[in-house]
Write a protein that binds this ligand. Structure first.
Ligand SMILES: Nc1ncnc2c1ncn2[C@@H]1O[C@H](COP(=O)(O)OP(=O)(O)OP(=O)(O)O)[C@@H](O)[C@H]1O
Length: 408
């Protein structure tokens, strides 16, 4: 019963929190002086903006229990770090209330919380003391922290000489091994190498049942991996909030569509005249929106090239990129036996795939051409075409595999 109660305990409670900043330093200093004076008699202006002020965070509310992880996503300047700094007590909100219950471990800015002239080992003692641990408790954990961070050789060197990755390793080691009730993680994981990131995820998985985690990231794969609820922030406000993490990620991605194609290399032997998504549902879409396909449709592309100086058919490589610009699929390359022909000075051909299983979302296509025999590059065009796959379900993973279930 007591265990159940502890599990359901709300560790982070954020109620209508707002923070305003001023765009101009002089005005900001002047407001600071005025606020000091008016606060003596109770400040009634705190929910209003004065000239040159703006809301960096506006009316954000959420609750977080042990075992839950909230993701804060949004473009640069949306207010994520400001909210984290308020959670960590580094700055005070102008309105609203924050309640944190338990020990808070935070990994906010790279190297923040470390004294640069002290060694890694000395900083572990410092941080541990700030978190409320006794010297004896820190001594019991220090070897585990150093081993986790994998910086044994450098632990007695001043932190100012650490690389970015080493600082994050040490910071995450302290934050994770000290078993906090609440763990706040900003973008910092991005500077760790892949081995360390995988280790951090394993650690988050291990400590999550006992901890409430607030996670800020621009990496949607990371967010979808760890978060159970999400806030998509825009100009300080929650544009979307809830447990449908995929939906928030989809909304986030839709803000960043790029329709511009870029020719990054051309040796002059061929020129792309036209490219077309043959079976796209183009008649129903507005001119400035993306071409649309339904999940499970055939994917057919038609390319038309002009070859002013050559009669040799190049080898083509057509790659599909997802919204994060990760290459997710490639069409089989043509060979000498592929039935495509040059007519006059034109090469027009079609690529066909019978059953598109890419999941809902926006994709772009890159094409490159190289000499069939020597492999030397002839042409490369990035984002030659973009399209959107439609499906009624919000699916974050890049593929939705057509599946049948049978009783056996
Ligand atoms: N001390 C400050 N004084 C004035 N403006 C500030 C201050 N700190 C942050 N801001 C402004 O508040 C807004 C929100 O910044 P914040 O750092 O919270 O964004 P973010 O969502 O974390 O962005 P990013 O993804 O780039 O880290 C920005 O417009 C920023 O310029």
């Amino acid at each position: 019963m007591a265990e159940e109660k502890q599990k359901n305990e709300v560790l982070v409670e954020v109620e209508g929190v707002s923070k305003k900043f001023c765009k101009d330093l002089k005005t900001s200093l002047w407001y600071g002086v005025k606020d000091l004076w008016s606060n003596v008699g109770g400040n009634k202006q705190e929910r209003q903006l004065r000239p040159k002020e703006f809301w960096a965070v506006k009316d954000i509310s959420f609750q977080l229990r042990r075992g839950e992880c909230i993701g804060l996503i949004g473009h640069n300047g949306a207010g994520k770090s400001t909210l984290l700094k308020m959670l960590n007590g580094l700055i005070n909100p102008d309105a609203g209330k924050i309640t944190m219950r338990g020990r808070v471990g935070a990994l906010i800015e790279l190297g923040a919380g470390f004294n640069p002239i002290l060694t890694g080992r000395e900083n572990i003692y410092n941080n541990g003391a700030i978190l409320g641990f006794t010297r004896k408790e820190i001594e019991e954990k220090i070897e585990a922290i150093i081993a986790f961070a994998e910086i044994e050789e450098f632990i007695d060197m001043p932190v100012q000489h650490y690389s970015s990755g080493m600082k994050v390793r040490l910071g995450f080691g302290v934050a994770a091994q000290m078993e906090p009730d609440i763990l706040i993680i900003d973008e910092v994981l991005a500077v760790g190498d892949l081995g360390f990131i995988l280790k951090c995820f394993k650690t988050i998985d291990d400590i999550l049942p006992k901890t409430a985690v607030v996670f800020v990231s621009h990496s949607m794969p990371m967010v979808s991996r760890v978060c159970s609820q999400i806030i998509l922030m825009e100009r300080g406000r929650a544009q979307f909030q809830g447990t449908e993490v995929s939906k928030a990620i989809d909304l986030y991605y839709n803000r960043f569509t790029n329709n511009e194609s870029n020719e990054v290399f051309n040796d002059g032997s061929l020129e792309l005249e036209h490219v077309e998504l043959i079976n796209a549902n183009s008649d129903k879409v507005a001119p400035d929106t993306l071409l649309q396909l339904k999940w499970g449709d055939p994917l057919a592309l038609k390319f038309s090239f002009k070859l002013p100086a050559s009669k040799a058919i190049p080898k083509f490589s057509v790659i599909i990129f997802d919204k994060e610009q990760r290459p997710v699929a490639v069409f089989e390359k043509n060979t000498l036996n592929s039935p495509i022909r040059i007519t006059g000075d034109r090469l027009v051909f079609k690529l066909h795939h019978p059953n598109l299983q890419l999941s809902k979302g926006v994709y772009s296509i890159n094409i490159s051409a190289s000499d069939m025999h020597s492999g030397s590059p002839k042409l490369r065009i990035n984002n030659v075409l973009s399209f959107q796959v439609l499906h009624e379900e919000e699916i974050w993973q890049p593929f939705l595999l057509k599946t049948t279930y049978e009783s056996v």
